[in-house]
Each structure stands twice: as structure tokens, then as C-alpha cells.
Design a protein around this ligand. Structure first.
Ligand code: F6P
Length: 382
């Protein structure tokens, strides 16, 4: 059995732990693994000679394009030694590598999206691969499902710091992102209090408020704004004024990048171009400006950004990632393809990838975390 492993979309802490678990679990069965570089890019590269031999120690990502190694990287126990705690992915990743909508530059300079999926399937077979482990979020899992429909035996592994994949209690990367954001909130508290300022911090999560909610509660934010609860800026200011009146001259406002005012729009960094994913961003600056205008408080904003995607995975994320990786190999062993492994505590199960595609797991408004936050007096601006 020869297994191809792909990491697609934005990186998340824990990707390398999944790769290691797949490789070691496969090795136990006498199977071999090949990492596909940068999403599926590697399957489009010519070459075919491998830069790594089994037994050679992994010594950092090999990012050479057009190298004699081609786009596949043989992965044995030696190549995955000491990578469980490493952030990022040793395979590289891309969020512009959809084989069904491959951006291709035309002779007139324009970019057209072309279906190159059959080329990918042919390359997969030419490399003698028997199964694919596709590690990714909603977008990558949708691609994985379509590749399975085209005949590639595929198992998906859900990844994203946003925690918005349906069917799984958690995705790896989320816990680490929350820890990073909570740490940032702790740090903001001391400076906000020293200067009697309002600090507005924008966190990632796309259209779901999981990171903002969990870190906002853990990091003792005064206001948490999430996409699931459109906010009234006046309610936010009421909370800040009430704190002021109670002698608390500083406030911490957490804003999810996808949060939006009631009757308003989400803030976009740049308009979505054809086929491109919308880039959210800018809401913290808007909220900070509105707070300053209405309350007269000195208010600063910051965007935590890609710090949330970096660093060493937490213990929880390492365990989840290792469990997902070994579960994916068990699924291959059972010949159970077209499935994604999911965390349904206390077990790791499998559901059809089709059940996950194109859907988002949003924060339930009647959930325990929202309830707890409200009981603690945190404002959601509603
Ligand atoms: O999906 C993960 C994520 O980090 C989102 O939270 C964020 O909106 C997006 O990716 C950022 O993408 P990029 O790395 O392309 O800027």
C-alpha cells in the first residue's frame, strides 16, 4: 500500500503531528507514505526522483520547485522524527491549489480557472499511489470528496484553527490558536489598565466566532463580538461606560474578524476576486474608532493575525492530530473511503465527507460557553 498525504488550505498547528501519525501507523502495517508538496501542486510537477531516501533524517522542508525530486516526498519514520511539536507543515500548503478550478494564466495575461483534476488523477496513478489522506478544512475536504468521486480512494482529516468543520467536536489547531489569543489578551490587560485605555483586538475565525468566544472568555474580555451575534455599537459603548462608572477605566473588546454590526456588513480586506476566498479584516479598527467617538475614551486596535496559526501545537492539539492520523490509516485498512475522521468524544469516528462539505459549524447561541459568558457579565453587543 502506497499512501499519498496532502496538506491543503491555511496551515494549522498539529499538521505535522497528523503526518507523523499517518506515516508511523502505515509503517507498522508495512505500508509506505509519500508527502505531496504544497497541497496538490506536487502531483503536477515533473521529475519523479525523490530527494529523500528512507532512513535519511528530515532536515527541514524541501521547497525547491522543479527539483529532480519532483513533487513527492517519501516519508518514513526517519523523515517524521521530531516533528510532532513543530507548527506549520513539512509538506508546504497552499490555498490556491484547487485541481477543479486551477488558476491558469492565458496568453493575453488574464487568469482563467481550469479543471485539471484528471491530470491529477493520472499523476496519482502514475506514481503508483493507492490511497490519499487529505488533511484540510472545508475547502480542502470538498476537493477531497470530488477526488474520491473521480476514483481516488480518499480519507479526509479535518483541520482548521477556525473550528468550523461540522461533524467534529473540534479540529486540531483550534486549541493552540485559542491559547495564543488568550495569552495576547492577558498581555493587553496590563497595558490597557496602566493607560486607562480601551483595547480592541481582532481575531481570526472566518464566519465563525469560536476563537473569539473561547479566548475572550478565558482571557476575561469585557466585550466579545462574534459573527453569530450581530452587534449594536451603542450596546458596546454602554458596557464600557458602565465599567467606567464602576471605576474600571479600561476595557478589553474582542472582535472576531467576521463580526458585523446589525444591519451592517462584514469588513473585507479586499474585494473577492474571481475564485478567490474572501479576505476578512478591518473590523477592529472600525469598532475602535466608533468607541472613541462615542465614549471619548482613548481606544487602540490591533489585529492578532497569523500569530494565531503559528507555534507549537498544544497538548490537546497534538493528541487530537495524532489520533486523527492513526484513525485515517485504520480507515484505509478497512477500505472505508470517501470518509472524514471526526472527534466525537470520547471516540474518533468517521462520517462521509459529503456531510461536511460546504457547511459551517457556527457557535450555538444557546450553548454553554455563551451562557457562561453572559452569566459573567460579558457583553456581546446585543
Ligand atoms: O481558515 C484559517 C484562517 O486563518 C482564517 O481564520 C482566516 O480568515 C484565513 O485563514 C486567512 O487566510 P490567509 O492565510 O490566506 O490570509
Amino acid at each position: 500500500m502506497r499512501i499519498g498525504i496532502s496538506t491543503g488550505g491555511g496551515d494549522a498547528p498539529g499538521l505535522n503531528a497528523v503526518i507523523r501519525a499517518v506515516v508511523l501507523s502505515a509503517h507498522q502495517r508495512g505500508w509506505v507514505c509519500f508527502g505531496i508538496r504544497r497541497g496538490y501542486d506536487g502531483l503536477y510537477e515533473r521529475g519523479g526522483r525523490y530527494s529523500f531516501a528512507y532512513g535519511q533524517k528530515y532536515d527541514g522542508p524541501d521547497r525547491r520547485r522543479g527539483s529532480p525530486s519532483g513533487g513527492l516526498m517519501p516519508l518514513g519514520p526517519a523523515q517524521v522524527r521530531g516533528i510532532t511539536h513543530l507548527g506549520g507543515t513539512i509538506l508546504g500548503t497552499t490555498n490556491r491549489g484547487n485541481p477543479f478550478r486551477w488558476p491558469t494564466r492565458q496568453s493575453d495575461g488574464s487568469v482563467l480557472e481550469v479543471d485539471r483534476s484528471q491530470e491529477l488523477v493520472d499523476s496519482f496513478r502514475r506514481h503508483g499511489l493507492d490511497a490519499l489522506v487529505a488533511i484540510g478544512g472545508d475547502g480542502s475536504l470538498t476537493i477531497a470528496h470530488h477526488l474520491w468521486e473521480k476514483g481516488i480512494p480518499t480519507v479526509g482529516v479535518p483541520k482548521t484553527i477556525d473550528n468550523d468543520v461540522v461533524g467534529t467536536e473540534s479540529t486540531f489547531g483550534f486549541d493552540t490558536a485559542v491559547a495564543t489569543a488568550t495569552d495576547a489578551l492577558d498581555k493587553l490587560h496590563t497595558t490597557a489598565e496602566s493607560h486607562d485605555r480601551v483595547m480592541v483586538v481582532e481575531l481570526m475565525g472566518r464566519y465563525a466566532g469560536w476563537i473569539a468566544l473561547h479566548s475572550g472568555l478565558s482571557g476575561s474580555a469585557d466585550v466579545i463580538l462574534i459573527p453569530e451575534i450581530p452587534f449594536e455599537i451603542e450596546k458596546v459603548c454602554e458596557k464600557i461606560r458602565a465599567r467606567e462608572a464602576a471605576g474600571r477605566h479600561f476595557s478589553i473588546v474582542v472582535v472576531a474578524e467576521g463580526a458585523k454590526p446589525a444591519n451592517g456588513k462584514v469588513a473585507l480586506l479586499e474585494a473577492a476576486k474571481t475564485g478567490a476566498v474572501e479576505r476578512l479584516g478591518g473590523i477592529a479598527a472600525q469598532v475602535a474608532e466608533a468607541i472613541r467617538e462615542r465614549t471619548g475614551k482613548e481606544t487602540r486596535s490591533l489585529v492578532l493575525g497569523h500569530l494565531q496559526r503559528g507555534g507549537s501545537p498544544t497538548t490537546f492539539d497534538r493528541l487530537l492530530a495524532l489520533r486523527f492520523g492513526s484513525a485515517a490509516v485504520r480507515a484505509i485498512g478497512d477500505g472505508d473511503f470517501g470518509k472524514v475522521v471526526v472527534f466525537t468524544p470520547p471516540t474518533v469516528g468517521r462520517i462521509p465527507i459529503a456531510e461536511v462539505m460546504g457547511r459551517q459549524k457556527l457557535v450555538p447561541l444557546d450553548g454553554g460557553i455563551i451562557l457562561t459568558a453572559r452569566n459573567l457579565g460579558i457583553s456581546f453587543g446585543d
